[in-house]
Design a protein around this ligand. Sequence first.
Ligand SMILES: [Zn+2]
Length: 470
Amino acid sequence: MRTDIYRRAQILLVGLMALALFAMPLTTLAQTKISYHSNRYSPSDDVKAGQQAAREVEQKMPIMRDEEVEAYVTRVGNRLVEAIPPEFQHPEFRYYFRVVNASDINAFALPGGPMYVNRGMIEAARNEGEMAGVMAHELSHVALRHGTAQATKAQKYSILAGVAGIAGAILGGPALGQVGQGVVGTYFLKFSREYETEADILGAQIMARAGYDPHDLANIFKTIERQGGGGGGFFSDHPSPANRYERINQEAAMLRVENPIRESAEFTRVQQILRGQGRAPSMSDIARSGQRYPNQGGSSNDYPVSDRVGYPSTRYRSYNGGNLFTLRYPDNWREVGDSSNSIWFTPEGAYGQVQGQSVFTHGVNVGIAQAQYNNLRQATDAFINSLGQGNGNLRQRGSYQRGTIDGRNALAISLSNVNEATGRPEIVTVYTTMLRNGQLFYYIAVAPQNDYNSFQGAFRNVLNSINLND
Ligand SMILES: [Zn+2]
């Protein structure tokens, strides 16, 4: 079942831009001096290699196309770029920032400027400072030209033609190295401990110069640890997070920032947007799917739904839909906001993205539609028609039945569909009733045909729990 993606109103927080203008340059005590490694390439070689790699990365990874999210990450990124010390600025470099729809807490950057921040990192960060810390670390690899310095050390000029060895993730290779056996995999060669330490130190200095608390760069390692660290050998072959935490804090002690930026309303809002977008795939999911994302500039944040969806829990939790309605749903389902007028209650793995639109395989969708008619039958006909426009395979399985929602007259109809994401036949049950203001309240339950029996009880319980408060 497909529904329209939520188009969010753009909110410009002018206040934050003003804040950036007043970000104080730090008072220097005795910060660690970092210098370039020998490099046989020119800065424009970095740019060329990075651009080539970026093209491939954007075909292999689901880039999010949410304007508000991208604009926000770009504003934070630009604030950091301006704070790169003059000796590490390169006029040739073009920094830009993209959000990858991946759950892993990570980020990486390519030579000459392209940076990719995982959605999971933004969702996990406890504040804007922590997110900025990861980005400052990545920017430092770029500014220090670590990719081409590493290629120089490898004594292989040809390596640049293959644009290898040029990206560094905040936590190094393992998580990103899983991405594909192909070209992208080779980007994520690990940097040496020395390079990582340099990026941590310069990252802390950039943080302070941009008006952030450099301790927040250290704190992200605690946040990652708390979230389970991404599993197994995540930290292997790298300076241990504990050492990095201490070294960054040591540097931070030498940097002073007055009133550092930590919280921001924009950060909170962007986290809410991302958390409302359903499950992000992990990097290894993305690698396994072997999917390509050819529509650069279009909607290309597709990801597959899972083929394993758990049975509904028999425990229920409450949902309060503003002043309009309440209901109860199984406590192993999640609320997925679909638009300001529609919400899904759906098990893990039962939703994904196809061509920028949300697709659900199992769950209940409840919402309010503008009705062109004040007659329930006509309003429902129009509503079913509108559903058909987004779901070409939707067919009625019979005629309308009488039903009730919270004791009110309702119409019920069963439809069949073929799910856009899985190609599996599914059953869609729709209930509608009129609200007192003339709008149409709807309840839609959907499950694959061969799972429907297992979900029917839960669907009925959700329907019976609805209280309308209009
Ligand atoms: Zn790094």
